[in-house]
Design a protein around this ligand. Structure first.
Ligand SMILES: CC(C)(COP(=O)(O)OP(=O)(O)OC[C@H]1O[C@@H](n2cnc3c(N)ncnc32)[C@H](O)[C@@H]1OP(=O)(O)O)[C@@H](O)C(=O)NCCC(=O)NCCS
Length: 181
């Protein structure tokens, strides 16, 4: 599915654009996720794990645009990708009342309202699709993310220990949250 362009004011006075990425944006998206992955310990992969061909990313963008129950929403400032998020519906008769989300913003743009604007777009999308529950997981210790999620009405449901093991040998626990729409 595709979100049409929407302009949003940032807290520093600039204007950002939210829209689904087009295939021409594939390279920019890869640059974004490699950078974002190196800026925080709270994303799922290391930057080099995103060392994939542009063609593969282009196919993913195409697939997301035409998927009936997925949507990618990207945030652009002056043409640069500064944030990205995704909503994916669960499939199957017994699970299709739920959709899950994931979100990331470049460090230089944290605190400007990009995360909140993308979250609002994700919630609106889930409601327009008639979903009942929006769900997400985040890595324990990510207080900024938790603040954002609680601001939007998500509540912690459960925790899973030692889901990720970092290069330095430390483990990361995962927190599962839900929001009723
Ligand atoms: C989590 C993330 C998406 C938030 O995006 P953002 O664009 O900074 O979000 P916003 O600017 O809309 O809001 C940030 C909020 O966090 C608050 N905040 C800032 N630092 C904080 C901290 N250390 N602890 C708690 N809250 C904090 C801000 O005050 C703001 O709250 P407010 O809207 O009530 O004023 C972004 O920091 C990010 O991408 N982090 C790295 C990747 C990541 O962790 N993704 C989530 C994986 S589950």
């Amino acid at each position: 599915m595709v979100l049409e362009e929407k302009k949003i004011p940032l807290r520093d006075g600039r204007t950002a654009v939210l829209r689904s990425p087009s295939v021409e944006d594939a390279e920019k998206l890869l640059r974004f996720i490699r950078k974002a992955s190196g800026e925080t310990e709270y994303l799922l992969r290391y930057p080099e794990e995103w060392d994939i061909p542009v063609e593969q990313e282009t196919e993913w963008v195409e697939r997301m645009r035409s998927a009936p129950s997925d949507m990618v929403i990207t945030c652009y400032v002056d043409g640069t990708v500064v944030g990205n998020c995704q909503i994916s519906c669960q499939t199957g008769i017994k699970a299709s009342h739920r959709a899950s989300i994931a979100i990331a913003v470049l460090r230089a743009y944290w605190g400007l309202g990009v995360g909140s604007a993308m979250m609002e777009a994700l919630v609106d999308t889930a409601r327009s699709w008639g979903k009942e529950i929006l769900e997400l997981e985040y890595i324990d210790g990510n207080h900024r993310a938790r603040h954002l999620y609680e601001k939007f009405g998500f509540r912690e449901i459960s925790r899973r220990p030692n889901v990720f093991k970092c290069r330095d040998g430390s483990y990361q626990n995962v927190v599962y949250m839900q929001k009723y729409l």
